[in-house]
Design a protein around this ligand. Structure first.
Ligand code: KG4
Ligand code: ZN
Length: 329
């Protein structure tokens, strides 16, 4: 059994975790910086980077202490090396390099998207490769065939906004707090999802790509018109995103014979998204897997698990591993 100490700092969550190759999370901690960014209505990259500098080292001490493990007992250090806000990525990667250097441990520079992509396997012992993954987060919206560790076939991506970004923008238009996803989901519970006519961009098109910019613009028009209840706008918007997910994922299922459909990334924390995609998988005779909500939004346990999977495959990195703002899987 290998023990991996992991760091995540690619966006506005500072996180550390201690994960074993036998799927145990010995300790984990996430500090979200929402309060620091809220006054600006969105994430300010430099504030995020500075906050990681202040928060991350304490989280490393905290998880080691909670698990009663010394750094000498750890087998590898995993740190997110991108993609993400480059200042934060640099902070976390450098903390990881420092730990690995001083403790004489191998470094694993993890792609954040691979963290999301492999996260379901941390909690779902029976989830084998290949699986079809809908990865919907604040920065990405992709359909990937996950064939193995480091082996991904991208079937589709977004031609404009990411799904989580659409939730955040719709929430801002409605004057809701940040991050927008949970706020929209909560408001939508009291709304009528058929009340506001909104577009479903790219639905019916041949390739399974996504587009959300037109949906955001339509939400903006509806809000400015002022003739709908905010609850109805939220519910109708959420339904439109779900409908796009269903149509696009159904298209991708035609292009993949993977036996299981998986959803991951922050937007997969949304209950309507989870239920709708579980139904879709069932209708197509595929298995379904989705991580618990806390594992969908950014965390270091998924980075530790991706690190454990990479370590088992002999994939470690040199101390010259770069920090990358962009890093497609
Ligand atoms: O994966 P994640 O934590 O960070 C990135 O890698 O981007 O995803 C964050 C995104 C945000 O846009 C947030 O609004 C969205 O996921 N999100 C949700 C929910 N929880 C988080 N969207 C819809 N419903 C939710 N419950
Ligand atoms: Zn993420």
């Amino acid at each position: 059994m290998a023990l991996v100490l992991a760091l995540e700092s690619s966006c506005d969550d500072s996180a550390a975790a201690l994960v074993s190759s036998s799927r145990q999370i010995l300790a984990q901690a996430v500090v979200n910086q929402n309060d620091a960014h809220r006054p600006f209505g969105g994430i300010v990259p430099e504030i995020a980077a500075r906050a990681h500098v202040e928060i991350l080292p304490g989280l490393v001490r905290q998880v080691l202490h909670e698990a009663d493990v010394s750094i000498g007992e750890v087998d590898a250090i995993a740190a997110t090396a991108g993609p993400g806000l480059i200042g934060g990525v640099m902070v976390g990667l450098l903390v990881g390099k420092g730990l690995a250097l001083s403790a004489g441990k191998p470094l694993i520079a993890v792609n954040h998207l691979e963290g999301h992509a492999l996260s379901p396997r941390l909690v779902d012992v029976g989830l084998d490769f290949p699986y079809l993954l809908l990865l919907a987060s604040g920065g990405h919206c992709q359909l990937l065939e996950v064939r193995g560790v480091g082996d991904y076939r991208r079937l589709a991506t977004t031609i404009d906004d990411a799904a989580g970004e659409a939730f955040d923008k719709a929430a801002k238009l409605l004057g809701l707090g940040f991050p927008g996803g949970p706020a929209i989901e909560a408001l939508a519970r009291d709304g009528d999802s058929a009340a506001v006519p909104l577009p479903r961009p790219l639905v019916g098109s041949k390739e399974p790509h996504f587009s959300f910019a037109g949906l955001k613009a339509a939400v903006q028009r509806a809000v400015i018109a002022g003739s709908h209840r905010p609850e109805d706008v939220a519910a109708s918007f959420q339904q439109a995103v779900v409908d796009c997910f269903l149509d696009r994922t159904a298209k991708a299922l035609e292009q993949s014979d993977a036996s299981t459909l998986v959803v991951a990334g922050g937007v997969a924390a949304n209950a309507s998204v989870r239920t709708a995609l579980a139904d879709l998988a069932q209708r197509h005779g595929r298995g379904f897997s989705v991580p618990p909500g806390w594992l969908c939004t950014d965390n270091a346990a998924m980075i530790g698990w991706a690190g454990a999977e990479r370590l088992a495959a002999g994939l470690t990195d040199g101390f010259d591993a770069p920090a990358r703002a962009r890093w497609p899987l």
